[in-house]
Ligand binder design. Structure first.
Ligand code: NAI
Length: 471
């Protein structure tokens, strides 16, 4: 038995399910094929559960470290309870997505699918239809944990994003392999609830690709908590799990071998595109996944690809849920004949540690390369000069604005500080609208707010700083 659709989507993560809803609301007949829970890595074992935990750990940290503000609270962090709430948040969101799919009349097939031609996805197992036929297909199969060549890695059973988001007891010592986003976020969580965390990063700095000045400030702030440290130039080469359950992680640090002891190991050494289910369809593949253009078209007519399984996600902004979702909307709009394409300059990225690190647009270096060094101005405003940040008791960090030309056009914004994930939205819109520092200055910002730091940085850009002596 075969069902016919306008669009069939393989994979129900933030790329696939958003594409399905976006097509459904426009009246298209849509099939969504997902072998596990809808929501994918992001909703079930990634962005959402990690934020449910990080928000809780941050409340705990703030409550137990605010004696100076008059709060003398002590008490244990109940990890089992925090995990139970995290599970509840995930369950509620998955249920919500299923309801939305029904409301948009999207047919959800809970099966393992395989793209066998540009117009057909074969469905494995079960009593349902054997395949779905569609005018166009979208591959949204996501990514999987990368296993770097480290001796003894598999046997030592490191925690990946799934395992690390499901522990019931706080490990005393945690060694994290990789100082990317996953390593830094998970490390920050466990250090806030009491683990001694060591992050081992093989490059000279963690969070490659992020603003180096702000990364330095972030590491300093996280290390000032006392239970978190990042060891750089540390390439992990071997891991051993001992009989008593403890682990030894060996790394080459600055050319010398060193061993780090832990009770648990977290693996955050990257993710690889998952193209299983689409690898027989003849799509051109890059090293980092399916090759697509900025309208999400693959090399095969009628087949589109979005999200972590594409090389475009990795190369442009990293494997990000909101990039996958936007790519899903672009793919659907292209299929339906609308003019849409990806603009990665307005795709922000966030590291949800406390403080947070958020960026949008060009880095300082990229701006200088693209626009000429003499044409670029970098303006900074420190959070310690923000009344709201001081009131919050979170004044580490700064807002950094990158502008070009005499008109001070905004091409990049990088924020390290409290709630940077929320502050970056205004900056993203500014870049989208081609705004200048003058536009931000002419916009009245509520006082006292953290958002004022963007306006203050804009004032620095035009040489009219008010709450800082910087120029
Ligand atoms: P990543 O690629 O961001 O970082 C992996 C890090 O591991 C790199 O810095 C690399 O140099 C290091 N590494 C690799 N092998 C190593 C070794 N043997 N010894 C020491 N260090 C080693 O990958 P990550 O953090 O696993 O994240 C995967 C993807 O998921 C990324 O694209 C990331 O952007 C995305 N993500 C985004 C989040 C967010 O937006 N907040 C949260 C979590 C993941």
């Amino acid at each position: 038995m075969t069902e016919r659709y306008d669009i069939a989507i393989l994979g129900g993560g933030p790329g696939g399910y958003v594409a399905a809803l976006h097509a459904g609301v426009q009246g298209a007949r849509v099939a969504l094929i997902e072998k596990d829970r809808v929501g994918g890595t992001c909703v079930t074992v990634g962005c959402i559960p990690s934020k449910a935990l990080l928000d809780t750990s941050h409340s705990y940290w703030m409550a137990t470290h605010a004696a100076v503000s008059g709060l003398h609270l002590t008490g244990e962090f109940d990890l089992a309870k925090a995990m139970a709430r995290k599970d509840q948040v995930v369950k509620q969101l998955v249920g919500g997505i299923e309801q939305l799919l029904k409301a948009r009349k999207v047919d959800l097939f809970k099966a393992e699918g395989e793209l066998v031609s540009p117009t057909e996805i074969r469905l494995g197992g079960g009593d349902g239809p054997k395949s779905v036929q569609a005018g166009a297909t979208i591959v949204a199969t996501g990514s999987a944990v990368a296993l770097p060549p480290i001796q003894g890695l598999k046997e030592a059973k490191p925690l990946d994003n799934v395992g690390a988001l499901d522990l019931r007891e706080t490990p005393k010592r945690l060694v994290v392999i990789g100082g990317g986003v996953i390593g830094m976020e998970l490390g920050a969580f466990y250090s806030e609830i009491g683990s001694d965390v060591t992050v081992l990063e093989m490059l000279p700095a963690p969070l490659a690709g992020s603003d180096p000045d702000l990364v330095r400030l972030l590491v300093k702030a996280l290390e000032s908590h006392g239970r978190f440290r990042v060891v750089t130039n540390a390439k992990v080469t071997a891991v051993e799990r001992r009989k008593n359950g403890t682990a030894a992680v060996t790394a080459e640090v600055e050319g010398k071998e060193e061993t780090f002891e832990g009770d648990e190991i977290v693996l955050g050494a990257g993710r690889v595109p998952n193209v299983k289910g689409a690898d027989g369809a003849g799509l051109a593949m890059g090293k980092r996944g399916v090759q697509v253009d900025d309208r999400m078209r693959t090399s095969v007519g009628g087949v589109y690809a979005i999200g972590d399984c594409t090389a475009a996600s990795f190369e442009n902004r990293g494997m990000l849920a909101h990039v996958a979702s936007t790519q899903g909307e672009v793919a659907v709009d292209t299929i339906l004949g609308h003019d849409a394409k990806m603009d990665y300059d307005v795709a922000p990225s966030v590291v949800y540690t406390h403080p947070e690190l958020a960026s949008v647009g060009l880095s300082e270096q990229a701006a200088k390369e693209r626009c000429g060094e003499a044409n670029v101005k970098v303006s900074r405003f420190p959070f310690r000069a923000s009344g709201r940040a001081l009131a919050l008791g979170e004044s580490d960090g700064m807002t950094k604005l990158i502008t070009t030309g005499k008109e001070h056009r905004i091409v990049g914004v990088h924020v390290m500080g409290p709630q940077a994930s929320e502050l970056i939205a205004e900056a993203t819109l500014a870049i989208r609208l081609d705004a200048t520092a003058h536009d931000i200055i002419a916009t009245v910002h509520s006082h006292p707010t953290l958002a004022e730091t963007l306006r203050e940085a804009a004032l620095v850009a035009v040489g009219r700083a008010i709450h800082t002596a910087s120029r």
